[in-house]
Design a protein around this ligand. Sequence first.
Ligand code: PLP
Length: 433
Amino acid sequence: MLQLHSATVSTIGAEPPQLVSDVPGPRSRALAERLARVESRNVTCTQPTPPIFWDRAAGANVWDVDGNRYVDLTSGFGVANAGHAHPEVVRALAEQSGRLLHAMGDVHPAEVKVALLEEIARRFPGGGPARAVLGSSGSDAVEIALKTAVIASGRAGLVAFEGAYHGLSLGALAATWRPLFRQPFQALLPDTTAFARFGELEDVPRAASACAVPVGAVIVEPIQGRGGERIPPRGFLSGLRALCDREGWLLIADEVYTGCGRTGRWFACEHEGVVPDLLCIAKGLASGMPISACVGRAELMDAWPPSEGEALHTQTFLGHPPGCAAALASLRVLSGERLVERSAETGARALTQLEHRFAGRPGVRDVRGLGLLLAVELDAPERAAQLCARALARGVIALPSGDDARVLALTPPLSIDPDLLADAIDRIADALE
Ligand code: PLP
């Protein structure tokens, strides 16, 4: 039996699946019909199979509106790092919401914004004075990084990577690879981004010289998340750091997915001892509230001019007090419950089990992972979609990822009970034909 770190981990939401209706059940089906009448049809896929509609969640469990209980191996898009609705996060949120629900982010801010920024600056991998700008989404954090890079370097050219996902707002979309997302909006995208092959250091100078304008920065996910949990060869990130130093390019680490303990270190770039110039954090930052940050060394962030009353980059909800309070609580939980270490240990055990249960089976191309960012790559998107559907019918929520959606991604809460995760993996493995 694996000895996990002994810190007390919240034990709520550690129940095996319990299904009491069809999946999806009648209430989910009815909601899907109502939704399809009022939401743009681009957003939620309701046909041919409706989704399950979530009713509540705790720890690693999700209950749908039909009363079915699932084990969530997605953390809700990699968000619930401390577990769904961690009591400390919920308490901090309730307390802050009752006292101050909204402030004036860049004019008359809330006290809690200061505390969160101090905490984020303290955790910046490079150490030393750091400063950050808060946002509400991962895309926001990327937009801030791209703007900072232009202001600091004076150059608009950007190298990004094939397979990269940095978000869908227009600035972030310019660095996102997948043609499906880009093609309809091509006319709105600047030609200032050049793409290099992910994991191939020698392709980066080629891409940079193909860029229409001089390059100021390289943006990289240390492990590609939505691109299919792609782990680059060891040395890629540190090589990229050295290349950026040589060429005078800024290195932006987009750790929206990989940050906050997901890969078994606070930030994935720490696996290679790499200190980025700018770091994007979101998803797991608050374990359930929409808040994000771009943080960087103070002297670099000071390329932004001082505000003389009009912030060059801000939002109505910047530094939203409940989000800040939730983020502070979540960071406390990640440290207090040693969930980053736990992510490394639970992930290593789960990877061994995945290799044992999946490697060499028909249709399985690869099994990989780092911490609790785990993946089984299949040979076809149909197989991945079918496996996800069957897993759901056995009470396990998992998602396909990758440009052609043939990777089964497993990113459970970092607090998940290792035996519960093992049981969920067995259920998925049993569902593979
Ligand atoms: N960057 C990375 C690495 C992501 O994985 C994502 C979302 O999955 C984003 C940026 C965009 O975040 P959001 O969807 O919160 O805008």
